[in-house]
Every structure is written in C-alpha cells, then in structure tokens.
Design a protein around this ligand. Structure first.
Ligand code: PBG
Length: 336
C-alpha cells in the first residue's frame, strides 16, 4: 500500500462510488468504439448468412452481406473488420494454392469492402489453415509442419492480400521468421504502408474450438498445433516472441486468446509500449453468449466487463465478435 494512503475513517473508498458522476471521474480506464476490431466469417454465394451453431449471434456471410456488415461497422464507428474465409472443402489441397489465388474468397471480400467502405480498415488472416487439406497453418510433410517452406507460401499469400487492398495483415500462423519475410516482400513490392499486426503470442488453446467449426477446419485438422503455437504455461517466451516480431517489422502485436492471458497482455504492454491487442477468441465469445442465452448471466454486462478487462490489462484494442453489440451500447452513452 502506498505510504500516502490514509486509513479509515479518513479514507472511505465508497465516497467516490456513491453516484455515477463521481464513479465516472474516478474511472481509470475507458473503453471506446475505436478500440474494437470485428472478426467476421466470409462464405461464397449471394445474400446468404448461415448461423455458426457454436457461436450464437454469429453467421458466415456472403461477400455482399460482409460489405453491408462493413458499412454497419463504419456507421457504428468500429475502425476495422477482420476477414476469415470459410473455404469449400473441395478447394483445400496439400499445397494450399488457393491461399495465394488473387480471386479467392478473402481477396474478393477485401476488394468489395474497400470499394464500398474505403474508410474502414480491412484486416486479413495470413495462415494456410483455411486452404489446407489437413487443417494446419503450415505446409505438412510426413506429419511435420514445415517452417521455412511455409514462409514462402505465406509471403505469396500476404502479397496478394496487400494487392487486393488490405490495410492490416494478420499473420496468425506462428512460423518463425514470417514477419521479417513478409515485411521484406511488402517493401520490395512498394506496399510500404501496409501494416502488420502479428499474432505474436498465440497459444495452443482449447478456446479456438468454435472458430474451427466456423471456418470448417474442425474435421480437417489432423493432430494439434502444439509444435507451433505456444505452451499455455509460458509467459517469458511471449515477451521474446513480441521482441522478435517487433524487430522484424510488426507494427502491432497480439496476445491470443484474451481473457485467460491478461497477465501476458500487461507484461507485453509494459515491456514494449507497442500497440497491443488481445483476441477475445471464439470460445470466450461462446461461453459468454451461450450462458447469456440460457439466462445464466447478464450477457451485455458480461460482454462489457470482459472488454473493459482488456483495456485495464494494457491493451490498445480488442478483436471481438461482440464488436457491433458493444459499439451499439457504447453509442448510447456511458456504461460503467
Ligand atoms: C488460424 C486461426 C485460428 C483463429 C484465428 N486464426 C484458429 C487456430 O489457430 O486454430 C482462432 C480465432 C478464434 O478462435 O476466434 N490461423
């Protein structure tokens, strides 16, 4: 306890909690719509939105619907939308060639959004899993996830996304050296102003389950991702990864999942002061949304509390499926 802290009854902490005005003045952390990045799932077709069973309130949307979602996001003041494609299993191959097809679903969505809503920032996913027959983020040979060969593929993928107009690239694959390789390729191709938000500290987590349903990777994935995603037991390693990715040219860094790793968010922000984001992942969303659906918790309150926690832990922003719902609430005025 700081020395200057008076004791009871001179100090009564409840004085500043007595009324909303005093609570507002004493509030240390703010959550604003400008903190939110909205991840959305894209599918083929026209004017379709099919619900993701394990994520109540979330749908896979056709490109035209995603454009409408981007317009809605811009109206709400959400600064960025992040695209995840649901790929037809027939297109998935071992060499993942669809990943660098300039006309693949993700790239078509980028172009359509940038044409209709140029003011919103479009973020992408740079990883091979949506296109990989075996569901892994990297190329696989004899059961081994190949690092250096995967980087070559990721660079091709990143370049077509930049070409399509992406504002922020999100390498989520956890291969070593990919940030430097992508940054070098972007510079060489005159995409000097494309930002990289590195999934720097991404853990091998059970909380990605509903996402893998949403992108159709659940059945495809052979084995687990423990040889490239982090051990949940490690914290120092996260700092080394962030240091490495910043040194290689990342503009922003991410901790993922979010709520079970708030200690990592705080350590990363304190150590580097770089723009730091948490991904409140599909399993975290599902827990809150499903409990709310059953009437077991107040969904809005739990959502807002969870998002505030990321800000209090030092994050500059949050990737969250709650983005539009939270933005609507924040648009009505003060919540806390
Ligand atoms: C894969 C990727 C995953 C997520 C984002 N990109 C899943 C995984 O690593 O298996 C998870 C997001 C979520 O659960 O919401 N490149």
């Amino acid at each position: 306890m700081p020395q200057s802290q008076a004791s009871y009854p001179a100090a009564r902490f409840r004085r500043l909690r007595r009324m909303p005005a005093l609570r507002a003045l004493a509030q240390e952390t703010q959550l604003v719509t400008g903190d939110l990045i909205w991840p959305v799932f894209v599918r083929d077709g026209h004017d379709v939105a099919d619900p993701v069973a394990s994520m109540p309130g979330v749908s896979r949307m056709s490109v035209d619907r995603v454009v409408r979602a981007a317009e809605e996001a811009a109206t709400l003041g959400i600064p960025a939308i992040c695209l995840f494609p649901y790929t037809d299993p027939a297109i998935k191959t071992e060499d993942c060639a669809e990943a660098w097809n300039p006309d693949n679903l993700a790239n078509r969505a980028i172009r359509a959004i940038k044409a209709a809503v140029p003011e919103i920032a479009v973020m992408t996913d740079v990883a091979l899993d949506p296109y990989n027959a075996n569901g892994h983020d990297g190329l696989v040979r004899d059961g081994v996830i190949l690092n250096d060969e995967t980087i070559v593929a990721l660079v091709r993928m990143a370049l077509v996304q930049a070409e399509a107009g992406a504002d922020i690239l999100g390498p989520s694959d956890m291969m070593d050296g990919r940030i430097g390789a992508i940054r070098g390729a972007l510079e060489a191709a005159a995409h000097t102003d494309v930002a990289i938000l590195s999934y720097a500290a991404k853990y091998a987590s059970a909380f990605y389950g509903p996402f893998r349903d949403a992108v159709g990777a659940t059945g495809a994935l052979k084995g687990d991702k423990k040889t490239y995603q982090m051990n949940p037991a490690n914290g120092d390693e996260a700092l080394r990864l962030v240091a490495r990715d910043l040194a290689e040219g990342a503009d922003m860094v991410m901790v993922k999942p979010g709520m079970p790793y708030l200690d990592i968010c705080r350590r990363v922000k304190d150590a580097f002061g770089a723009p730091t984001y948490a991904y409140q992942v599909s399993g975290e969303y599902a827990m809150i949304a499903t409990a709310a659906e059953r009437g077991w918790i107040d969904g809005e309150a739990a959502m807002m509390e969870s998002l505030m926690a990321f800000k209090r832990a030092g994050c500059d922003g949050i990737l969250t499926y709650f983005a539009p719902a939270a933005a609507r609430i924040l648009g009505r005025g003060r919540w806390f």
